[in-house]
Design a protein around this ligand. Sequence first.
Ligand SMILES: Cc1ncc(COP(=O)(O)O)c(C=O)c1O
Length: 402
Amino acid sequence: MAQLKAGYLFPEIARIRNAHLEKNPDAKIISLGIGDTTEPIPKPITDGMVAAAAALGTKEGYSAKGGYGPEAGQMELRKTIAEKLYKGTPITYEDVFASDGSKCDISRMLQMFGSGRKIAVQDPSYPAYVDSSVIMGHSTGFNDAVKQYENITYMPCGAENDFFPDLSAAKSAELIFFCSPNNPTGAAATRAQLTELVNQALESGSIIIYDAAYSAFVGNPDCPKTIYEIPGAEKCAIETCSFSKYAGFTGLRLGWTVFPEALKFSDGSSVRQDWTRMMGTSFNGASTVAQGAGLACLTDAGLAAMGDMVAFYKENAAILKRTWEEMGYKVYGGTDAPYVWVSFEGRDSWEVFTEILDKTDIVTTPGAGFGPAGNGYVRCSAFGSRENINEAARRLKESFSK
Ligand SMILES: Cc1ncc(COP(=O)(O)O)c(C=O)c1O
């Protein structure tokens, strides 16, 4: 804990936003900062959630699903996730473990693998990978000169390599975190790129922890929605995913992680079996009500509603991307992801973040908060009401046009 630098990125940004509000009490802040959803959960899904909650008030409902549930989640939910989201892949329902979300699973996974592992991450990446690794004792300290934690391999992803890293740096890594579409750059990896990743992991014996939290935003047919579309991935990859960004469950909490049966440690023992043991010890099952809502997400009406919600946020992303481009900036992402990654050509990203906040009352996220290679960029989240996104576009044009 003592090795960690400052606070977790998003609480830190919230603190700066609150300080700005204290100084400027009339400011009408628009948040394009933390990637939190804004649109209400669609009715076919809340109907499922309400029914699950109401059932807990009946004798039959309570005896069926009240009390502690299975740590891996209700069988019906696991089966439906496997059937609807992993069809055509080697994944079965026994590989799917429902949980209270991906962030929590990432932390539990690092706990399970034990301290001192060699870890590789995309740079920039979702801060929970590095911070949880440091908390679990995988690092030996922070190197101020390079702004990186020791014993963690940072694989730079920038415009110069089309946001796909040189994987050779991760050859000796035991665990490789890989997020596609990536938070924060918005880059979605192609089939060829993921094949390269899987083949290297198979060869070097690394385990990939693939974060698919934004896979529903992928529109490009050349970019897989799950890593298990790549042959051999079931032997080297764990995949974590979540209803948070698909259905507005950021507060409700429901996600899942896939541990394929074929994934083994080098001594032949089962990774899935360890995860079962881990969850049995540290988790008591996702909330019954959230699981009822999750099942409703996977009905035809639920899937259609989630599709509409994703399309709405993607349109927001398109508006933001177009705005920055029209203003003369180089912009990445925003097509297969709800994040727009704006280049400020090497300028200090905290300084740009502060300037945007001061001039427009808009909260963004400084790229450096996601790793040293994120410096020079800011991330704009497309989660927002259409009114706020349009207003943000207007304010940005007013103050930041080149
Ligand atoms: C890449 C990535 N993974 C995981 C999460 C967390 O998901 P959950 O809400 O399921 O914990 C987020 C949330 O922003 C994310 O950006």
